[in-house]
Design a binder for this molecule. Structure first.
Ligand SMILES: Cc1ncc(COP(=O)(O)O)c(C=O)c1O
Length: 595
């Protein structure tokens, strides 16, 4: 087996992939557009068609570190490929104290010992014994009550009488509210104003005192920390405190009781509390079991921090797996990961979605996106390394799925499993060509968009096809290309899945048209605020938005902006504060809209 390798040594394996640089052909149309935008944006142009869409690192607020760019190696990592951490060991006495405190943690006042279930279908498909630790079965549908309760039950009566406070838009909020109710203390939870009502209601139903503040999690957190300081109220962090880590570590004790001879335990990583606790237990009791963290490629803050050898903050965090959408991992949690874990694997949103489907197929349960992350990572790892006959454990960490997100999950699930593909084919615009196209593709089309446009000689058809095997897809693409129907596989382009198939029809032939994907806070008034900044200064030529059931929404916008005004545009966009990316250099985008 060959593994990619993380810091502290920065030594990499001889895997040729690890040294491959991304090169851009500046003579192609896409390359020319990329070059133009490279000039516009400095050096942060993201080449399209990377296997995985990576987060960018921007800065570290609390440590003096330079701004670092995503190392060229990381975009080359395949889903499931292990990025090895060389554990540094850590202080034995401190680790022993972790072990003692994990074993003594009183979490069973509020938590159950969750079942460890053999997933029959996944096991048969992968050729391993695939076990799922069902933390979604807790009363608040996630593991987060363990850490919160452990920390709060250690507070003095005076501290409890003053109440506790935290900031969270998700599962931690429910854990703190439940622990507060059980301990008879007022639990105040500051949530961003963008928090979906269902989550606000869930916290209130558990007796939590909700304050809605700010557009982002950072603003809510700053407010909560201020209230905590002003009122001398204990702040309960979501992951970065030893008591939280130890509470989550109780999951490790249960897994170890429930199963022996485990090859690897896969743990979803947000801020790192869960993996730090599980690793602190396992690495002292069953050190041969690998502890492997799983992150989405768009929220890889632990992977990149381990790579750099210190914590780094991500500029953009993909919120599809909202429970793990963390820009900066914790200090304690990072230290424990450096000391103990075996490595990280990354998966795309399509892989997470297909893991949700796998769990649904097993027993008709629906996990939330972060909740299925470890299952996605474990499956991808087993497939990548062709692991057979081993005991594999993945923690299903939560089931608080936003119902409105299901449509995106179902769209991505087929693509993630490789059982469906999203393809784009050019057909020569002449009578009979559409019929010829259908004849070639066959009857396995599940969705199709076709629109004649007089601007092109060739018409573009975007469509989804069912495929049994990867080789069937390759064969189909080969067959189309050799019949003069140029075909591209867009299955891994989220831009295509989210927006482009709704925009088939091509360019409106507008001069100086640029396209950006903005991340809007999912909040009333966000669009008006956006328009106040850009309109009527520039023509808005296109806008596509759809609620994805997340705190943020991806909105595709076209503008008519002459090159000489691009800097002014960038200043205004930066002031607005909604993260954005230029899309003109995206291959899929050019195909459908720009060219
Ligand atoms: C469902 C779910 N899974 C995983 C995580 C990640 O946990 P941690 O932040 O301790 O890494 C969270 C965090 O809230 C979560 O809600």
């Amino acid at each position: 087996m060959e593994f990619l390798c993380l810091a502290p040594t920065h030594s990499f394996s001889t895997n040729p992939k690890s040294t491959k640089n991304i090169s851009i052909d500046h003579t192609s149309t896409t390359g020319r557009i990329m070059k133009m935008y490279q000039n516009m944006r400095g050096s942060t142009v993201r080449p399209s068609a990377l296997p995985l869409k990576m987060s960018r690192i921007v800065s570290v607020p609390d440590i003096s570190a330079p701004v670092v760019n995503v190392p060229a190696i990381l975009p080359e990592v395949d889903p499931g490929e292990l990025i090895v951490n060389k554990p540094t060991g850590g202080d034995r006495d401190e680790l022993f104290q972790y072990l003692v405190d994990i074993l003594a943690a009183p979490v069973y006042d509020v938590a159950i010992e969750s079942p460890l279930e053999l997933a029959d279908k996944l096991s048969a498909r992968l050729g391993v014994n695939f076990y799922i630790k069902r933390e979604d079965k807790q009363s608040v549908f996630s593991f987060k009550l363990r850490g919160a309760y452990n920390m709060m039950s250690n507070l003095s009566k005076e501290e409890l009488d003053k109440g506790v406070i935290t900031a969270s838009a998700g599962n931690h909020a429910q854990g703190v509210a439940l622990a507060g109710r059980r301990l008879g203390c007022v639990a105040t939870i500051v949530m961003p104003e963008t928090t979906p009502q269902i989550k606000v209601d869930a916290v209130k139903a558990l007796g939590g005192n909700v304050i809605l503040h700010g557009e982002t999690f950072d603003e809510a957190q700053t407010h909560a920390l201020q209230l905590s300081e002003n009122g001398g109220i204990t702040y309960i962090p979501p992951f970065d405190a030893p008591a939280i880590i130890k509470g989550q570590g109780t999951i490790g004790t249960e897994i170890n009781r429930q199963l022996k001879d485990i090859h690897a335990v896969f743990v979803p990583v947000g801020g790192g509390g869960l993996i730090a606790g599980v690793a602190a237990f396992f690495k002292q009791i069953a050190p041969n079991t690998k502890i492997i963290g799983v992150e989405p490629t768009g929220a890889a803050s632990m992977t990149l921090s381990l790579y750099e050898g210190h914590r780094v903050k991500l500029e953009n965090v993909d919120t599809f797996a909202d429970g793990v959408a963390v820009a900066l991992v914790g200090e304690y949690t990072f230290a424990k990961c450096q000391e103990l874990i075996d490595g990280m694997v990354l998966v795309g949103n399509d892989g997470i979605s297909s893991a949700i489907k796998d769990v649904y197929d097993e027993g008709r349960n629906i996990l939330e996106t972060s909740g299925a992350l470890a299952i996605a990572g474990a499956s991808a790892y087993c497939e990548f390394y062709k692991i057979k006959n081993e005991n594999i454990v993945a923690i299903a960490s939560g089931a608080n799925m936003d119902f409105s997100k299901l449509h995106k999950v179902t769209e991505l699930a087929g693509l993630g499993s490789g059982k469906e593909a999203l393809l784009a084919t050019f057909v020569i615009e002449q009578p009979g060509s559409f019929k010829k196209f259908v004849g070639l593709v066959g009857s396995n089309i599940s969705e199709l968009t076709y629109r004649f446009t007089s601007e092109r000689k060739n018409a573009l058809i975007l469509y989804r096809v069912d495929v049994d095997e990867k080789s069937d897809l390759e064969e189909l693409i080969g067959k189309m290309n050799s019949s003069d129907m140029n075909t591209l596989n867009l299955s891994h382009s989220e831009l295509a899945v989210d927006h482009l198939k709704h925009l088939v029809g091509g360019s409106a032939n507008i001069n100086d048209e640029i396209f950006c994907e903005f991340t809007f806070p999912e909040k009333a008034g966000a669009l008006s605020k956006f328009l106040d900044v850009f309109s009527p200064r520039w023509n808005i030529t296109l806008c596509r938005y759809r609620d994805q059931g997340e705190i943020n929404a991806s909105v595709l916008v076209g503008f008519q902006i002459p090159q000489s005004e691009i800097d002014e545009f960038k200043n205004k966009a930066d002031e607005l504060g909604y993260p954005y990316e230029f899309d003109n250099f995206n291959e899929a985008f050019n195909l459908v809209v720009a060219e």
